[in-house]
Design a protein. Structure first.
Length: 369
C-alpha cells in the first residue's frame, strides 16, 4: 500500500494521477532568471532551485484560450492514437502509465481517461521526475514496480525537443534493468519532432496548449527539485504545490475540455491508428538539427543552449534568458503566443524559412558567435 502523506498536493483528482514527489511546498527555493543563469554557469544543476512562476498577461491568456478552442479536438485525436499504440505495443491489458512531470502529467491523465472509456481498461497513473544529467527518480520507479510487479510500465511525455530526455530515460532504464526491474525505454508522446520516440501520434512540430503555461496547467505543481540540502537519498525527487495560484488554475479544465472531444474524434482516431505502424524507429533527426544550430551560433557548439520545438521554445521564454528565437514562419497560428512573449520580453526573432522545427529557442551565453 502506497503511503501518500509525504507526497506533494495537487489540484488534480486522485482518480486521475498520483505524483510520486516529495512535498517541498514550505521551502523557499525560488530564484530569479539572472541568478539561476549565473548558478548554471558556475556548474549548479537546474533542479537545485526553482524559477519564479510566470504570471501570464491577459493577452497571453487570450491566446491560450484561443488555442484550446482551436486544438482541443485534434489533441483528443492524438491522445487516442498514442493510447491505442501503447496498448497494442504492450501486448497486455495490464499497463501502468508513468508520466514525466510536468509536461507529461496531463497527457498521462488523458491517456488514462481514454483507456478507461474506449478500451475498458483501468490503467494506474503515476507521475515522476526525470532530470537532464541526473536521470529518472529511481526510488519512484522501484515503488511502482513493487506495486505492479507484472505490469507493463509505460513512460509518457508531452512532446520531444532534440531528444535529451529520451537519452536520459534510456540510460536510466539500462541501470534499473541491471537491478532486475524489467523496463523498456520506448517513450510515448503526442508529438515527436525530434524523431527520438518510438510511440507517438505525429512527428510534426505542433502546438500542444499545455506548453503555454507552467504550474497552472499542471496540477499547480512546480518543476521538480533535487537538492541535497533538503532531500535524503531515500526520498523521492521533490516539488512544491502553489496554493496561491488556485484562482488561476486551468489544470482540470484543460484535460476536461480535451476529454469532451474523445467521442466525436473516435472515427478519425481509429483511421489514423490503423494507417501506420505501432512502433517506429528513432531517426534522431532533431538532434542532428540541434547540433547544426549549436555549431552555427555558439563557439563551443553547446547543445544545452539550443531548445528546439514549439514546446521547448515556449519553456525557454517562460523560464530562461533567451538570446533570440528562430522561427520558420512568423505568420503561423502555432507561434502566435511565442511572438507575444518575445514582444513582452523584448526578445529578437530571426526568420529561417527552411527551419526543420517551427521554432527554436537560443539561450543567452558568453559563447555566442
Amino acid at each position: 500500500m502506497l503511503k501518500t502523506d509525504h507526497l506533494v498536493k495537487t489540484s488534480y483528482s486522485p482518480e486521475d494521477i498520483t505524483f510520486l514527489l516529495k512535498d517541498m511546498s514550505k521551502i523557499q527555493i525560488e530564484s530569479n532568471i539572472d541568478n539561476r543563469e549565473k548558478a548554471f554557469s558556475l556548474g549548479h544543476h537546474y533542479s537545485e532551485s526553482l524559477p519564479i512562476e510566470y504570471r501570464p498577461s491577459p493577452e497571453y491568456l487570450r491566446l491560450y484560450n484561443q488555442a484550446m478552442n482551436q486544438l482541443s479536438s485534434y489533441i483528443a485525436q492524438l491522445v487516442g492514437i498514442v493510447t491505442r499504440r501503447v496498448h497494442k505495443y504492450a501486448g497486455t491489458d495490464q499497463v501502468v502509465i508513468i508520466s514525466l512531470a510536468r509536461a507529461g502529467s496531463p497527457v498521462g491523465i488523458l491517456m488514462r481517461r481514454y483507456a478507461r472509456t474506449f478500451l475498458g481498461l483501468d490503467w494506474p497513473h503515476f507521475s515522476v521526475s526525470i532530470l537532464r544529467g541526473k536521470g529518472i527518480d529511481e526510488n519512484a520507479i522501484k515503488t511502482v514496480r513493487d506495486l505492479y510487479p507484472n505490469h507493463h510500465l509505460q513512460f509518457v511525455d508531452g512532446w520531444t525537443g532534440k531528444g535529451a530526455i529520451q537519452k536520459e530515460l534510456t540510460k536510466s532504464v539500462q541501470q534499473l534493468n541491471e537491478q532486475g526491474l524489467h523496463l523498456n525505454d520506448d517513450l510515448a508522446v503526442l508529438s515527436d519532432p525530434g524523431g527520438c520516440a518510438t510511440l507517438y501520434s505525429t512527428r510534426e512540430d505542433i502546438l500542444i496548449p499545455n506548453a503555454f503555461l507552467n504550474s497552472t496547467v499542471s496540477g499547480l505543481i512546480s518543476r521538480t527539485i533535487l537538492n541535497n540540502a533538503y532531500q535524503s537519498p531515500e526520498d523521492f525527487h521533490g516539488a512544491k504545490y502553489y496554493a496561491e495560484l488556485e484562482d488561476e488554475d486551468v489544470s482540470n479544465s484543460f484535460v476536461d475540455q480535451i476529454t469532451a472531444h474523445f467521442s466525436a474524434e473516435e472515427e478519425n482516431t481509429l483511421k489514423q491508428f490503423n494507417e501506420f505502424p505501432i512502433k517506429n524507429e528513432r531517426t534522431w533527426s532533431g538532434m542532428q538539427v540541434a547540433q547544426e544550430i549549436a555549431h552555427k551560433y555558439y563557439k563551443n557548439s553547446d547543445l544545452t543552449k539550443v531548445k528546439p520545438s514549439i514546446g521547448e521554445t515556449t519553456r525557454t521564454l517562460l523560464r530562461r534568458k533567451p538570446h533570440k528565437i528562430l522561427l520558420r514562419d512568423e505568420n503561423e497560428e502555432a507561434v502566435k503566443h511565442i511572438l507575444s512573449l518575445c514582444q513582452e520580453k523584448n526578445i529578437p526573432i530571426e526568420i529561417i524559412p527552411d527551419l526543420y522545427y517551427r521554432a527554436i529557442g537560443l539561450i543567452e551565453s558568453e559563447e555566442l558567435i
